[in-house]
Design a protein around this ligand. Structure first.
Ligand code: NAD
Length: 499
């Protein structure tokens, strides 16, 4: 059995806590490796190394730090297939999806190459007699990030690339479900020229997370994961005086207006609802057709498309639509929620409960499900299922559909499909959700914009990547300077050349 490591001070090191977690191959159900779960002492050691290494890194000019990112982009492209393979093997997502995971992280690294420009401060000449005022952005020191299983390449890069290019050291505590890619990324960053100790990977569970939350040297914490844990991390981190940003769960609605191109809407729902087995925080999990006629047409278009979905392991080719979910526990939770939908009176139009794949009977595959006539009081509507399950809630009018999405506690992403510009514009203006798609089902902003939801999908003030990341990972210092020897009596300026 492969024993995985931490990545501390530029080297792979074995865990010393004696505690391990299982890393599965979700396609076969087999345990393929053991990941060490760090103790408080192991975390403390990494923090001490980071604290010693960070000042020299912060003192290096931003162009040189940016060059490390440039080289890192080259290495990500060189190793793209290797990274995607390791990712699919532990996560279960298809090979093209795994490459997309790396690619969307890489794009944020590319954005970070602009650090010399993005970190530039402001300057006011002659703010008063002989007085100049300038502000600069300085690194925080040692920073940390706690990441989820569903994007093991992209989300770590969204955090560590801006943190590091701003001059910080970064400790990554990745998901214990799929830790291989984060370890590979740390190695590649050093190959790109990053000094030892600036990016370290400490594998672990709640014990390591709590040690991060309580460590007095750690200045900031980024978290992405489920809402209950996001809320916990935000509360404990803030009460310890840290800068914290936490991104939580989602229940993304897609409103389908009667004038929408119904084929386009159905295709969009297939990709956004079932792609990556629904394990995306930007997945559409609720379809809201407006009017019964629209609903009937949409269901009629969806059913044959769902029945054609190819579910399988990433090794069976690029035409697989989605793979297994991440663990047996995740599968069980999804099927339990599906059963609750049936028990609470929703109409199960496509039933994937008996799905089984020959040769992969022990894998964590879940067949696609489609519910119709879901109501807002049902568990399948209120809870995040994080599986290949699409719920249809029929709305009587546009206002009713809008209110439905607005009243849900989550506010990560949403979409509207319509041909009417007025309706689309009204929706974009009034909806209380952070990321909005107009005829775009998964509106993930690109690297130079920022990513983040509203309501219970976020805790904190700044979004991920884009200009917000440079604010989150730096402090502003403003200097007011006066050189009175440059002034003649009476306040008139007199230039005195240096002798
Ligand atoms: P999770 O909350 O179970 O785990 C996330 C991280 O928190 C992991 O590193 C895990 O080790 C740690 N953790 C888990 N339980 C903990 C505890 N009790 N105390 C301290 N730390 C703990 O989430 P997940 O299952 O890995 O990921 C799926 C969730 O992430 C979904 O809810 C999804 O919507 C969300 N997500 C959100 C975004 C976003 O940007 N909003 C992006 C991706 C995923």
């Amino acid at each position: 059995m492969q024993e995985m490591t931490h990545y501390i001070d530029g080297a792979h090191v074995k865990g010393t806590s004696g505690r391990f977690g299982d890393v599965f191959n979700p396609a076969t159900g087999e345990v393929q490796a053991k990941v060490p779960l760090a103790s408080v002492e192991e975390l403390n050691k990494a923090v001490a190394i980071a604290e010693a290494a960070q000042p020299a890194w912060a003192a290096m000019n931003p162009q040189r730090r940016a060059r490390v990112m440039m080289k890192f982009v080259d290495l990500l492209n060189r190793d793209m297939d290797k990274l995607a393979e390791a990712l699919s093997r532990e996560h279960g997502k298809t090979f093209p999806d795994a490459k997309g995971d790396v690619q969307r992280g890489l794009e944020v690294v590319e954005y970070c190459i602009g650090a010399p420009q993005l970190l530039k401060g402001d300057f006011t000449d002659s703010a008063g007699p002989g007085i100049d005022m300038y502000s600069m952005r300085q690194a925080l020191g040692v920073t940390a990030g706690i990441t989820p299983f569903n994007f093991p390449a992209m989300i770590p890069m969204w955090m560590f690339a801006p943190a590091i290019v701003c001059g910080n050291a970064f400790i990554l505590k990745p998901s214990e479900r799929d830790p291989s890619v984060p370890l590979m990324l740390a190695e590649l960053m050093e190959e790109a020229g990053l000094p030892k100790g600036i990016l370290q990977v400490v594998n672990g569970d709640k014990e390591a997370v709590d040690a991060i939350l309580d460590h007095p040297v750690i200045q900031s914490i980024g978290f992405v994961g489920s809402t209950p844990i996001a809320e916990y991390i935000y509360g404990r981190g803030c009460s310890n005086g840290k800068r914290v940003q936490c991104f939580g769960g989602a229940k993304n609605h897609m409103i389908v207006m009667p004038d929408a191109d119904m084929d386009q809407a159905a295709d969009a729902l297939i990709g956004a609802g079932y792609g990556a087995a629904g394990e995306r925080c930007m997945a559409i999990s609720v379809a809201v057709p407006v009017g019964d006629e629209t609903a009937d047409k949409l269901i009629e278009k969806l059913v044959p498309r769902i029945e054609k979905l190819k579910v399988g392991p990433y090794t069976s080719g690029d035409d697989v639509d989605y793979g297994p979910v991440v663990t047996a526990a995740a599968k069980e939770n999804i099927l339990k929620l599906v059963q609750s939908g049936v028990d609470q009176g929703a109409e199960l139009v496509v039933d994937g409960r008996d799905f089984s794949l020959q040769g992969y009977e022990d894998g964590f595959f879940v067949g696609p499900h489609l519910f119709d006539r879901v109501t807002p009081d049902m568990d399948i509507y209120t809870k995040e299922i994080f599986g290949p399950v699409l719920s249809t809630v029929r709305a009587g009018s546009y206002e009713e559909a809008l209110k439905l999405a607005m009243d849900h506690e989550y506010g990560n992403g949403t979409a509207i499909f319509t041909r009417d510009g007025d309706t689309a514009r009204d929706f974009a203006n009034r909806i209380n959700i952070g990321m909005v798609g107009i005829n775009v089902p998964i509106p993930v902003p690109l690297a130079y914009h920022t990513f983040g939801g509203w309501k219970k999908s976020v805790f904190g003030d700044l979004n991920q990547h884009g200009p917000d990341a440079f604010k989150f990972y730096t402090r502003t210092k403003t200097v007011t300077s006066r050189w009175p020897s440059g002034l003649k009596e009476g306040g008139e300026f007199h230039f005195k050349p240096m002798e």
